[in-house]
Design a protein around this ligand. Structure first.
Ligand SMILES: [Cu+2]
Length: 283
């Protein structure tokens, strides 16, 4: 629960493409971030002029809320290293807030507020998210899974493979549930390969960053420690998709904690080079 690694949570979705790149290059993605606990510190709740100061409680339009949740994730996941587009993000947040059913409205309101505070303060997202954020995020995810009419794909990760990814998946709104049944941390990074690209997912993963982002886009970014589960909600369009894990071999929770305490990175080869990579077609 509290053992989520900072870089691997939805709180850091905005930084996910950058993390992919850094890990592709074998660089430290988030090793130098122990002194920024003030980055996400809550400010006093002074009302601002933003439209997000309305009280919690939306229209209760479940279908529109499900759409909005997918849009929020899409805005985060599709952003480049510079972070998400602020106008798109604000619009998606506002749609989620104003359509949230009563059962989940207060969580959505707080989720949006925490994000807005972090962005307003220029948070670099390299520190751990507040525990409150993780709890709210999980409640919203579970609500979406139980109430939205999403197709569901259940994926498990072990050393070093994915299981449960079909060869073909129907286009449309889809919930991916990623459960880590292994002994190391794993991630499930979902990418859409551009139509004119023929390279394998492994070949793409090995390319320099300035090349690969001309050839793919990140659809979602999910990770879990051993025994953990995380979710992503996406609207799949037809095309070629890949899933891959950049976590270095040897990333047990104990090794991760020891490396972080020492200010070091685990330097094993990325899991995708050991077989933790998959490809499927959406049609
Ligand atoms: Cu892995």
């Amino acid at each position: 629960m509290s053992s989520q690694r900072p870089m691997r949570t939805r709180w850091h979705r905005a930084a996910a493409p950058a993390a992919v790149l850094a890990l592709t290059l074998g660089l430290a993605a988030c090793g130098e971030s122990d002194e920024d606990e003030d980055a996400a510190a809550p400010t006093t709740q002074a009302p601002s002029a933003s439209p997000s100061t309305e009280p919690a409680g939306g229209s209760g339009n479940l279908s529109a809320f499900c759409d909005a949740a997918i849009e929020v994730e899409a805005v985060f996941s599709s952003s480049g290293p510079e972070g998400p587009d602020q106008a798109q993000l604000e619009a998606a947040f506002e749609e989620a807030r104003t359509t949230a059913p009563a059962d989940i409205a207060s969580d959505v309101d707080r989720f949006v507020s925490l994000n807005e505070e972090a962005f307003a303060e220029g948070a670099d997202f390299s520190g751990p998210p507040p525990p409150e954020f993780e709890e709210i995020d999980t409640r919203i995810d579970e609500y979406l899974l139980a109430n939205c009419d999403f197709a569901e794909v259940e994926v498990t990760g072990t050393e070093y493979a994915y299981e449960g990814i079909p060869e073909t998946v129907d286009a449309g709104q889809t919930a991916f549930t990623f459960t880590n049944e292994g002994g190391e941390e794993h991630e499930f990074i979902l990418i859409r390969v551009n139509d004119d690209v023929t390279q394998s997912i492994e070949e793409l993963a090995a390319l320099p960053e300035e090349e690969v982002f001309q050839m793919i886009r990140v659809v979602s970014f999910t990770s879990a420690l051993p025994g953990g589960t995380d979710y992503s909600f996406v609207d799949l369009e037809p095309g070629r998709y890949g899933a891959l894990c950049f976590i270095p071999v040897g990333s047990t929770p104990e090794a991760i904690a020891a490396a972080e305490a020492a200010g070091e990175e685990i330097d094993g080869p990325p899991h995708f080079t050991q077989g933790m990579v998959a490809e499927f077609t959406v049609e």
